[in-house]
Design a protein around this ligand. Structure first.
Ligand code: ZN
Length: 116
């Protein structure tokens, strides 16, 4: 896969075709084996391991802005916007698309709590 092949969905992570290492954010080489051949796959559900709420945000960015550090079963870790301030540590979450923080910004992943 190369840049520009297509747009990534918010729930897609990368998998190295040489060593199977997995990660979320786009990079040019595998962090373990420096391989350049990647595949993508959809992340399912993750667990919030840390969270914070930012109350002082730049102009045009939502306030309060709930952010979570989320770990998925395959070791992939993502920092993303949380759907609301009620999502807490230990909650199971899933991707709900991506939204730009403000006009002109790249879309950021957004996670919502999964209800049983
Ligand atoms: Zn690799």
């Amino acid at each position: 896969m190369t840049d520009g092949d297509r747009s990534l969905r918010a729930d897609e992570a990368f998998r190295c075709l040489d060593c199977d290492r997995r990660w979320y954010y786009a990079r040019a080489r595998c962090p373990d084996c420096a391989g350049r051949e990647f595949g993508t796959y959809a992340l399912d559900e993750g667990v919030v391991v840390a969270r914070t709420t930012v109350h002082t945000t730049p102009p045009d960015v939502r306030s309060p802005n709930a952010l979570g550090f989320v770990r998925f079963d395959d070791g992939v870790q993502v920092v993303a916007q949380l759907s609301d301030d009620a999502v807490g540590v230990g909650d199971t979450v899933a991707f709900a698309g991506s939204t730009p923080l403000r006009d002109g910004d790249a879309p950021q992943p957004r996670l919502v709590a999964v209800t049983e």
